[in-house]
Structures are given as C-alpha cells and as structure tokens.
Write a protein that binds this ligand. Structure first.
Ligand code: ADP
Ligand code: MG
Length: 264
C-alpha cells in the first residue's frame, strides 16, 4: 500500500511552510524525516496522515486521495502519534490504549477477546503492562509517550506515522521503541532528531530544510558531513563501517581552544 505525496504545499499566510514536496513511501519501509526545528516536518506529517489538507498537491494511499477517504477507513490504515499528543485525563493507561481499537469496532463487531489481546500485547510491547490500571494524570511524560505508541499499535495500521516519538524517553526506551516499530510488519514514517538513531533504524531518510525536501535516500548517502554542515549547521564527521552503517561524530562548534585546555 503506497503512500504517495505529490507537490505538497502548505502555507501560513504567504509563507510556504511545506514547499512542493513529493515522495513515495514504499510498503514496509522505515522512512526517517529529519530537519532542523521549523523545517516543516510536523506540517508535512499532518498532510501525510490526512489530518490537514494541502493548499495544493495531493496525498494518495494506494491511489485513493486521502481527503476522499472516510475517517474510519483512513484510521484503519494510518495511525498517527502527534508531537504534542493529548489524551483525556480521566482514563487509565489501559483505557487510553484501548482507544486505538475504535476504528475496528462497530455494532457488527463489538469489543471482543481479540481486542482485549491486542491491547494487552501493545501494552507489553511498550513495557507498560505493569502500569495498566494507573490513571493517566499520574504518569510521566515518557510513560505517556509509550502509551501513545501502544495506542497506535493497537490500531493495527498499515502505516504508522510518528512525530518525534522518542522525545521524553530514556535511552533504553528510545532504542527499544525504534526497534519495536521497526520489527512490526508495517510501514513507518518517523520524524527524528537523533541522526545516529535515524541512521541506525531507517531504510531511507528524507531531509527537510525550510519547507523543502532537500535529500532522500539511504542513511549513508544522505547523512554526509557536508549536508550536516549545510542543513544542520554542525561540524561532524561521518564514519561508514564495513556493513555500510553510518555513525556521526559531532565536533565542538568553536575551534578556538578554551584557556584551560590551552594551558595544559
Ligand atoms: N498553523 C500555523 N500557523 C503559522 N505558522 C505555522 C503553523 N504551523 C506551523 N507553522 C510554522 O511553520 C514552520 C514549520 O513548522 P513545523 O512543521 O512544526 O516544523 P518542524 O516540525 O520541522 O519543527 C515553523 O516556522 C512554524 O512556526
Ligand atoms: Mg515538529
């Protein structure tokens, strides 16, 4: 099921926030979306998820325009975890995850033991089963974030779209989460800030700069030292190992040695 964006434009006033972006997301791939703050990642994601209509251009899923699809049909195909995801506070952790089953329920297919099992698995997958009965407002930012992911997994989408999913997470849960979504048999699109994590988990990386898609390809082809300088304004060396994996090493931004170093 190919998600395809053609010439997407989104504007705020006269300013182009997303500027003629085209890309095809291949079924089963993990596509990373990287770029500095304000480069348009969240705005692009909102259009790819069918949450926001483009000013011009189209997004199609298996050839059908997203904005022609019914909400419920779309929700069975695409799950989105927003950057600032919110949930009604008066729920338990488990109830928040169970909301993910909503698009699959109807008068003809009411809540069943299968839904129960899917929710249990999603809770366990994000390492939150032990907090199932805790009320939402008592959970930490990282715990809430993991539940948002669990809710999206319980939705059983074909395409999972995540906006900075590792924010608030400790490093174990950052890597655990990326590994978990990668191991699912689904397409994943994720806006990520940690470029080493992007290199480690993504099949392809799309680089956004000032609303434009400036590069799209394999991590080692896209994350060059020159591009890191041009797009992210950082001085870094990129090492590619025998397996073709790339590792970024950042250097201090100021070349002038500090006095205490100069003295030693
Ligand atoms: N609804 C809006 N109205 C005005 N400006 C917006 C709106 N949404 C986003 N922007 C601006 O668009 C730019 C891109 O934002 P965003 O898509 O959130 O970027 P990113 O996710 O890469 O940080 C930012 O400068 C942001 O302030
Ligand atoms: Mg954003």
């Amino acid at each position: 099921m190919i998600l395809s964006a053609q010439d997407l434009v989104w504007r705020a006033g006269r300013r182009a926030i997303v500027d003629r972006v085209s890309l095809d997301v291949t079924p089963g791939e993990f596509l990373g979306l990287v770029g500095p703050n304000g480069s348009g990642k969240t705005s692009l994601i909102a259009m790819l998820a069918g949450l926001r209509a483009p000013v011009s251009g189209t997004v199609t899923l298996a050839g059908t325009l997203l904005n022609r699809m019914k909400r419920r049909d779309l929700a069975r195909q695409i799950a989105l975890v927003e950057q600032q995801a919110e949930t009604a506070e008066r729920l338990t952790a488990r109830e928040a995850v169970a909301l993910g089953r909503t698009p699959h329920l109807s008068a003809l297919s009411p809540w069943s033991s299968r839904d129960e099992a899917i929710v249990d698995k999603a809770m366990a997958d994000v390492d939150m089963a032990h907090l199932a009965s805790r009320s939402w407002q008592t959970l930490s930012g990282g715990e809430r974030q993991r539940l948002h992911i669990a809710r999206a997994l319980a939705q059983e989408p074909r395409i999972l779209i995540l906006d900075e999913p590792t924010n608030h997470l400790d490093v174990e849960h950052q890597i655990g989460l990326l590994d978990l979504v990668r191991s699912q048999d689904i397409t994943v699109i994720a806006a990520l800030h940690d470029l080493n994590h992007a290199a480690m988990f993504c099949d392809r990386i799309a680089v956004m700069q000032a609303g434009r898609l400036v590069a799209l390809g394999k991590p080692a082809d896209v994350l060059t030292s020159r591009r890191l300088a041009e797009v992210f304004k950082v001085d870094a060396s990129v090492e590619i190992d025998a397996a073709g994996s790339c590792f970024i090493r950042y250097r201090h931004p100021v070349a002038v040695p500090r006095a205490r170093h100069a003295a030693s």
